[in-house]
Write a protein that binds this ligand. Sequence first.
Ligand SMILES: *[C@@H]1O[C@H](CO)[C@@H](O)[C@H](O)[C@H]1NC(C)=O
Ligand SMILES: *[C@@H]1O[C@H](CO)[C@@H](O)[C@H](O)[C@H]1NC(C)=O
Length: 307
Amino acid sequence: MKIWIAVLLAAFAAGASAQGCSCDTMKWATCDGNPCSCYLFVGENVKQTLNCTALIPKCILMKAEMYRAKTGQSTRGFGGKPVETAFVDNDGIYDPECENDGKFKAKQCNNTEECWCVNSAGVRRTDKGDKNLKCEKLVETYWVRLQLTHKPTSGDVNPSNLKAAIADAIHKRYKNFNKDMVEDVQYDPEARMIVVDVKKPKGERKSDLTHMAYYMEKDVKVLPLFTPQDKFEPVVGGQKLEMDNILVYYVDEEPPTFTMKNLSGGIIAVIVVVVLAVVAGLLVLFFARRRQNQQYNKAQQREMEAM
Ligand SMILES: *[C@@H]1O[C@H](CO)[C@@H](O)[C@H](O)[C@H]1NC(C)=O
Ligand SMILES: *[C@@H]1O[C@H](CO)[C@@H](O)[C@H](O)[C@H]1NC(C)=O
């Protein structure tokens, strides 16, 4: 039973002042009552009550996003490799099935006959299969790499301040996100690229990296999901860094199980180059041999003529 989706708001809140009653972490929420209570439509007549003091789980956000797209409402503001096993979200949004607590169900089908298994970020980590596909459990994403680029700045960015500044900005903006999980920040001034590795210990189930990553993706790529529409702009040495783009890599506690046909363009390119190099090598060898043979034949001919 999906109890969580059938929540009807208390009707006795009539007349209560709605002043200051809004949802900080979800701009599309409808709020009313005293005490203030907020909800979001995630389907036809299906309301999801929200805890607006925390980031809203990504699964619920994606459901609401699909519903808004279907009903022709604006989805603006809702809508992109640290290790070999990291992967990005190539599929984009779908209509997910969520658990009561807002977690993704391990198996997702997007209301079709085609199903796949996802990680705790709701990103596909297996090949697509049919309805009988088995997904044993939801595999946890314990490491996300946020690959950000920022807009040009007037002065230089001091890399030594960067880690503390980024960790601070993340902590403040994303509802007290644990700074200690911002493990590493690298900076490439030429590319204006900031690579932020956010990691938690394997097996830890109290915190979630993927909600923060999703809010940041929306902050950078579209518009903030927060009710206040101020931008994500970490201040480094007195200088605001306005972000241009973001790419999120996911590293799960277990490696994904994609097969060849899902190889990324990069790997395919490498394979093509290697194959071409081998073919070129063989051709060179072949022609070299032929020339040698021709020379040998000519030499033989001359010998014959001399005789
Ligand atoms: C809402 O989220 C906050 C922050 O994570 C938490 O402390 C609180 O218990 C939550 N409230 C409910 C009703 O779940
Ligand atoms: C899910 O279905 C919708 C249409 O119902 C489609 O636009 C979207 O691309 C699908 N997403 C995936 C990941 O299959």
